[in-house]
Design a protein around this ligand. Structure first.
Ligand SMILES: [Fe+2]
Ligand SMILES: [Fe+2]
Length: 250
């Protein structure tokens, strides 16, 4: 597989990511391309860091004219998620471009110098409808790992974009998980970045109740599909993390 190219991870969804080899951190921005006849509308998820902007944009350009992007979804405020938005929006060059995020994130994200209009998801019924009628549903996942974190479900493809949740940091990396070896690769990242199992499990239960999830598209680590989706949920439901691991003094 040539990771220098955009790689389809589902029908009409492309991985346009990059690797920080030194940090063993693969960042996974995704591009959703919705086609209705000749008309194309695209959504870019968690576009990434300023330093890796050229890699992401080259991959986007392989797939579409960036002017087709009507929405950028910034699922939380971290620099590896969205510090490149000011340059990405320049390249897109649309006055009607919007940046979807939770207001708790928008307060911080605006300091990157974003010019586009924000789309505060909690003020829009946690939903965005593309021109074709395709529906994106958002869910608030507070403190996982930031106070404005959200995940996004693409109803058409059954794909759940989870940002840092289900992420992994490891030397070994596969774009798509092929067996259960990816499960333990999620451990150290969740133990370090997620506040507690209680907070994590609260959001996981809501996701599973609400959606029929065919595929998980995290911002780090591997794409998780099929039977592995259930295994991944079960694994994180049982994982102590954050303050669970902080031994209280006697
Ligand atoms: Fe993060
Ligand atoms: Fe991240």
């Amino acid at each position: 597989m040539d990771f220098d190219d955009a790689i389809p991870v589902a029908e009409h969804i492309y991985w346009v990511g990059f690797a920080d080899e030194r940090a063993h951190l693969h960042c996974n921005p995704y591009l959703l391309v919705d086609k209705r006849g000749a008309e194309v509308e695209a959504v870019l998820f968690d576009p990434g860091s300023l330093t890796d902007f050229p890699k992401v944009m080259r991959k986007v350009l392989e797939v579409i004219d960036p002017a087709a992007i009507s929405l950028i979804v910034a699922q939380h405020q971290d620099p590896d998620v969205c510090s490149n938005i000011p340059v990405v929006e320049d390249l897109i060059g649309r006055k009607d471009l919007q940046v979807a995020a939770h207001t708790n994130s928008i307060r911080l994200i605006r300091h990157y110098g974003i010019q586009s209009t924000f789309y505060p998801v909690e003020q829009r019924d946690f939903c965005y409808t593309l021109k074709s009628g395709r529906r994106l549903e958002f869910m608030f996942t507070p403190y996982l790992h930031s106070p404005g974190a959200i995940v996004t479900f693409d109803v058409d493809s059954g794909s759940l974009f989870t940002s840092d949740i289900f992420g992994a940091v490891s030397e070994q990396w596969d774009l798509k998980a092929t067996d259960e070896s990816f499960l333990s690769r999620m451990d150290s990242f969740h133990q370090a970045y997620m506040p507690s199992n209680r907070v994590l499990a609260h959001a996981l239960v809501q996701m599973r109740r609400r959606w029929q999830i065919k595929r998980i598209l995290p911002q780090h680590g591997s794409v998780i599909e099929g039977d592995l989706v259930e295994r991944a949920f079960a694994h994180l439901m049982a994982l102590p993390c954050g303050i669970d691991l902080d031994e209280l003094p006697a």
